[in-house]
Design a protein around this ligand. Structure first.
Ligand code: UT7
Length: 310
């Protein structure tokens, strides 16, 4: 059985926080944020909005695009570092809000790599014959764990959700390879103690991000038996435009083969790849039958890459 991405959806809260808004509350500037990160604005959830609230419209759209109903979903996986509660899982809340028929539902915690970790799990579930239609979501409300007095992190992160439906199919579409890794010895580069705010050693994280995504991308390509020439579009985690450009340089990729929408949303952690994938798809940057490379990096440290035939 093959694992086909049958539908995609996304949702971001309407409230926009621009670099100019941040200039008013922090010792920063639009010029610094733009040149150092590529970010111009990000979305911020309302006080009452949790990860499952952002996940709901994204999931509904993905299910609709897959031409399925929520009753067809037999497993829900939510990748998030900002869950609604410690437990129950955000996936349980989401499945209930969607009106699913008692699917297996659980969250995974792999920070910014969460979505590709979740997609790897979904792929294995489909290939083992365990499930037919799996909803995979990345949903984050990082605004709730940001220290709004810390200019080194407050300017970077944003809120949002992206979702895909992965279905068992017999066509050409498939997840061809998935290389996921972690190294807990670097946990101090990026972390958030329970009940506290996020902390990051930016420069250290920056260097580790480029190297690890480059290595994982090459390994995933090799395992899929493909080269970068076969890839229609690379969709990297949206952490910093300089990281994305450095990765493209190391992989010797022309700019048009690498997608970025970081200027609009900042770093939405586990939601960044499905949001980017959705927008790239809507813009016609890839279609059924095209090969994609997804790669991410985040706290843990965690990182990885996936090659798929869309
Ligand atoms: O999502 C997965 C993991 N996260 C990442 O991959 C993030 C990786 N790191 C980064 O993207 C970058 O390291 C940052 C954007 C966080 C920081 O950029 P940088 O070029 O590495 O800056 P820096 O931390 O080396 O700081 C340079 C200067 C410092 O001032 P001094 O010491 O040179 O006087 C900072 O205090 O910039 C200062 N600075 C700021 N200035 C204005 C730090 N944040 C700001 C700010 N506005 N918001």
């Amino acid at each position: 059985m093959k694992a086909e991405i049958k539908g995609i959806g996304m949702y971001v809260p309407p409230r926009v926080l621009t670099n100019f808004d941040l200039e008013k509350i922090l010792d920063t500037s639009d010029e610094w944020i733009t040149t150092r990160t590529g970010i111009k604005e990000r979305r911020i959830a309302e006080e009452w909005e949790n990860a499952s609230d952002l996940a709901l419209p994204a999931a509904k759209e993905a299910i609709e695009n897959a031409e399925l109903s929520s009753k067809d979903i037999d497993c829900v996986i939510v990748a998030t570092s900002t869950p609604d509660m410690t437990f129950p899982s955000t996936a349980c809340f989401l499945a209930d809000k969607l009106g699913c028929s008692k699917p297996m539902a659980f969250d995974i915690s792999a920070a910014c790599s969460g979505f590709i970790y979740a997609l790897t799990i979904a792929n294995s579930f489909i290939k083992s014959g365990q499930f037919k239609n799996i909803l995979v979501v990345g949903a984050e409300v990082f605004s709730k764990i940001i220290d709004w007095n810390d200019r080194s992190t407050a300017v970077i992160f944003g809120d949002g959700a992206g979702a895909v439906v992965v279905s068992a199919s017999e066509g050409e579409s498939d997840i061809l390879s998935a290389k996921m890794k972690s190294d807990g010895s670097h946990w101090g580069s990026l972390y958030c103690p329970v009940g506290e705010k996020l902390k990051m050693r930016g420069r250290e994280t920056f260097k580790l991000a480029i190297k690890s995504m480059e290595t994982a991308s090459k390994k995933a390509l090799e395992e899929a038996g493909l080269t970068l020439d076969d890839i229609k579009l690379v969709i990297p985690h949206q952490a910093n435009i300089r990281i994305i450009k450095a990765l493209a340089e190391r992989l010797e990729l022309p700019e048009e083969k690498v997608f970025s929408n970081i200027h609009k949303y900042g770093n939405t952690s586990a939601a960044s790849i499905p949001i980017a994938m959705y927008e790239a798809w809507k813009e016609g940057r890839f279609k059924k039958g095209d090969y994609l490379l997804l790669t991410a990096f985040g706290g843990g440290l965690t990182w990885g890459a996936i090659v798929l035939n869309f």
